[in-house]
Design a protein around this ligand. Structure first.
Ligand SMILES: C[S@@+](CC[C@H](N)C(=O)[O-])C[C@H]1O[C@@H](n2cnc3c(N)ncnc32)[C@H](O)[C@@H]1O
Length: 276
């Protein structure tokens, strides 16, 4: 792993410790079943019934979404490069008696570390910005999709990533960051986490990459997948400084903003059967 990846892994190990106790992840309600399924309405609709299906969750953090799919009947495997995330997910699965396999691996190394193919390959919310190489990502994704199986991703829209998100007011769209892929990562000192902005994170650094929507879609097509749909949404699933929180807990442009922006997306892509 290079320095940027090692620093990101250190950050995710630290964030995992913070996140397990955060109101954002609300582990208590996941444990006691009040919020047994921690998945978004649109992804449940768009992915459909997973009962009896094998599901690979890439970048699974400490496993709440992975275990949600297991509670819905999927046979799940979660992967993440954070030892802390994988240890927490494994312990949680055992504690809650939910069958699940968790694998610690850098996404790009996964084809050498995990066998098999899956009916569903899934990844969601805050994943692509940690990845340097979107073509390598799509190759890994396609490698693990069974013929006739599908890949699903839901993520912040690359257009939403070009605006400054710190020290701006609601509705202030200050164009600041690249839209297309760039080889060198953007580097930021970390102040707290998206789940707990006040958490102590001194000395931690984040390295991030951008990828345009066209690059993401084209990489998946080039890797052999067929796009079933690409849906764009007017909200972000977590706090963003230039947006305001709506009553449904999602973050949107302030009421009265002239014009519109895509802020989140979901995409489903199928692997064709050989010869199809
Ligand atoms: C925001 S989380 C996404 C998880 C999920 N949306 C959630 O909220 O639980 C991003 C995850 O990507 C993982 N990650 C970042 N870079 C990675 C890499 N190169 N290989 C594998 N996992 C990686 C981090 O450890 C983190 O758990």
């Amino acid at each position: 792993m290079d320095d940027a990846l090692l620093a990101n892994r250190e950050l995710w190990d630290a964030w995992t410790k913070i996140h397990v106790g955060s109101a954002f992840y609300d582990l208590a309600s996941f444990r006691n079943g009040e919020r047994a399924i921690r998945l978004a309405d649109y992804e449940l609709d768009e992915i459909g019934n997973v009962e009896g299906k094998s599901l690979l969750h890439l970048q699974c953090h400490f496993g709440l979404d992975t275990l949600s799919w297991a509670r819905l009947g999927a046979t799940v495997t979660g992967v993440d490069f954070s030892p802390e995330g994988i240890a927490t997910a494994t312990a949680l699965a055992a504690e809650l008696h939910i069958p699940a396999t968790f694998v610690e691996a850098n996404l790009y190394d996964l084809p050498n570390e995990l066998d098999g193919q899956f009916d569903v390959v899934y990844t969601s919310r805050g994943v692509l910005g940690w990845l340097a190489d979107i073509v390598g990502w799509a190759t890994t994704v396609a490698h693990f999709v069974k013929p006739a199986g599908f890949f699903y991703v839901t993520e912040i829209h690359p257009v939403a990533q070009v605006f400054e998100n710190e020290g701006v007011t609601a509705g202030e769209l200050r164009l600041s960051y690249p839209y297309w892929s760039h080889p060198a990562p953007l580097r930021f000192e970390v102040h707290g986490s998206y789940a707990d902005p006040t958490a102590p994170t001194e000395g931690l650094v984040e390295h991030g990459w951008d990828h345009s929507l066209g690059e993401i879609v084209s990489a998946l097509i080039d890797a052999g997948l067929r796009i079933d749909f690409l849906h764009e949404f007017d909200f972000v699933e977590w706090p963003v400084d230039f947006l305001v929180e709506s009553p449904d807990g999602r973050w949107r442009l302030p009421a009265g903003t002239p014009g519109q922006l895509p802020l989140f997306f979901s995409l489903k892509a199928t692997k064709p059967l050989a010869g199809a």
